[in-house]
Design a protein around this ligand. Structure first.
Ligand code: SF4
Length: 101
């Protein structure tokens, strides 16, 4: 009888454990996600505050990797806004195209 190879998914708790060390755990979540129609200085100010919290976060790289892999469309993750993450995705795609040519 052939050996049965099972690839089990990573336990859910394990894949989210990093969030227990997040510097934003007790922060106001509205700092990380913009309300509808937010523009100008209020938006800049909110993003500055989110990035300030992210800068002192010990799991920042893990958070950013998660957001990039999951293609999180909203919010500041790992110190990067949604617009900045879209730029990272575009640069990464361009790099892969250049490498392939
Ligand atoms: S990097 Fe920022 S958004 Fe991510 S867990 Fe840390 S504080 Fe929260």
């Amino acid at each position: 009888m052939p050996a049965l190879m099972l690839k089990l998914p990573t336990p859910v708790a394990e894949s989210w454990d990093w969030q227990l060390a997040a510097a934003c755990r007790d922060a106001d979540p509205t700092v990380f996600f913009h309300p509808d129609n937010e523009r100008g200085e209020p938006r800049k100010s909110r993003i500055r505050e989110a990035k300030r919290i992210c800068r002192r976060c010990s799991v920042r790289a893990r958070c950013l990797n998660y957001a990039l892999e999951a293609r999180e469309r909203h919010g500041t993750w790992g110190g990067y806004t949604e617009d900045e993450r879209r730029t990272l995705h575009r640069q990464s795609a361009q790099y892969e195209r250049d490498r392939a040519s």
